[in-house]
Write a protein that binds this ligand. Structure first.
Ligand code: NAD
Length: 338
């Protein structure tokens, strides 16, 4: 039976990397029934609708799974992030961002294989903000709850256990933000003994950033609050070749939205320069989530094979191929089972 999945190509480079990725998915032979919705963000607003139309959430709720391209957020004014709104509306509390080297792609290290587990609904992104016009004082509240901390930390440990990973590092700033990230650390210390088979440690987030930049192979699963996770996952992406190659997933108890870490990259949109590797690696996660493990393995191997050969790659990773040429090359590798 076909998998029913909501498809949101997004804007900027979104439609380009989505087309490329669909070509590769097509080559796996897995049957999908896509519920494709183009009107979201700026496109929806220009059509006189809400930036996040209700039909988007309805469709994801009905299908349980979405594959999403980036959606631009205007800076400072206009509508607020629909990306954050989707995560909050569907309570997609676990943002999972694996950072793993690709063969022969030159980066400062060649043995990075870590996963950032970012709490996705609370912290400084809770949307609890106030601006006092008269005094010109702006407040953003970092709301951390015990329940919210428990579920993401447990998610991380469970993932580590089920994926044969050995270590969890909790990143925090409990020395300064004692109340909010202090609670997150406290919950981590309470949960860790339930997983005696997994090594546990904590690190203050500034040190964590330095550790990741200098000794990334020491780290395996890193769990942290929302803003820290946002920053550390881009750092992780930079360690393995940049935003063009880094996958991501937003997972809740009932729904999962799969999207690459990168944004809409307006500086290269429409030029055929975007690297679809990040979204292709994202569909590897989606295929695993759908129980299509063989297809997941086959897409993963096809992407890694393309990098191992290094003949057809996009410009951001040192090649000269267009988005479409790279897609055709990877799809051909999937098709022949390489
Ligand atoms: P960005 O990720 O779009 O771009 C940062 C840099 O990385 C740019 O130089 C870009 O060209 C490059 N880049 C990104 N993806 C690439 C790819 N696949 N291939 C090659 N190069 C790539 O970040 P930004 O410039 O900060 O944000 C642009 C817009 O995207 C903003 O409106 C922002 O709100 C939005 N955004 C959306 C999401 C999302 O939908 N989840 C995430 C981040 C940013």
């Amino acid at each position: 039976m076909a998998h029913r999945v909501t498809l949101l190509p997004g804007d900027g480079i979104g439609p380009e990397v989505m087309d490329a990725t669909l070509e590769v998915l097509d080559a796996t032979g897995v049957d999908f029934a896509w519920d494709r919705i183009e009107e979201i963000g700026t496109a929806a607003v220009e059509a006189g609708r809400e930036a996040l139309p209700a039909k988007v959430l309805d469709s994801i709720r009905e299908n349980g799974v979405a594959l999403k391209g980036p959606v631009s957020t205007p800076v400072g004014e206009g509508f607020s992030s629909v990306n954050v709104a989707i995560r909050q509306a569907l309570d997609l509390y676990a943002n999972v961002r694996p950072c793993r080297n690709l063969p022969r792609l030159e980066t400062p290290f060649d043995d990075v294989d870590l996963i950032i587990f970012r709490e996705n609904t609370e912290g400084l992104y809770s949307g609890v903000e106030n601006f006092d016009e008269r005094l010109q004082i702006a407040d953003s509240i970092a709301r951390v709850t015990r329940a919210g901390s428990e579920r993401i930390i447990r998610f991380c440990f469970e993932y580590a256990r089920s994926h044969g990973r050995n270590k969890v590092t909790l990143a925090h700033k409990a020395n300064i933000l004692r109340s909010s990230t202090g609670l997150f650390l406290e919950v981590g210390e309470e949960i860790a003994p339930d997983y005696p088979d997994i090594e546990y440690e904590d690190k203050i987030v500034d040190n964590m950033a330095m550790q990741m930049a200098m000794y990334p192979s020491e780290y395996d699963c890193v769990v942290t609050t929302n803003l820290f996770g946002d920053i550390l996952s881009d750092l992780g992406a930079g360690l393995v070749g940049g935003l063009g190659v880094t996958a991501g997933a937003n997972i809740g108890d009932d729904e999962a939205v799969f999207e690459a870490v990168h944004g809409s990259a307006p500086n290269i949109a429409g030029e055929g320069k975007a690297n679809p590797t990040a979204l292709m690696r994202t569909v590897v996660m989606m295929l695993e989530h759908l129980g299509e493990n063989e297809a997941a393995q086959s897409v993963s191997e096809a992407v890694r094979g393309a990098y191992r050969d290094g003949e057809v790659l996009t410009a951001d990773v040192g090649g000269s191929a267009s988005t479409g040429e790279f897609a055709a090359h990877v799809a051909e590798r999937v098709g022949r089972g390489a």
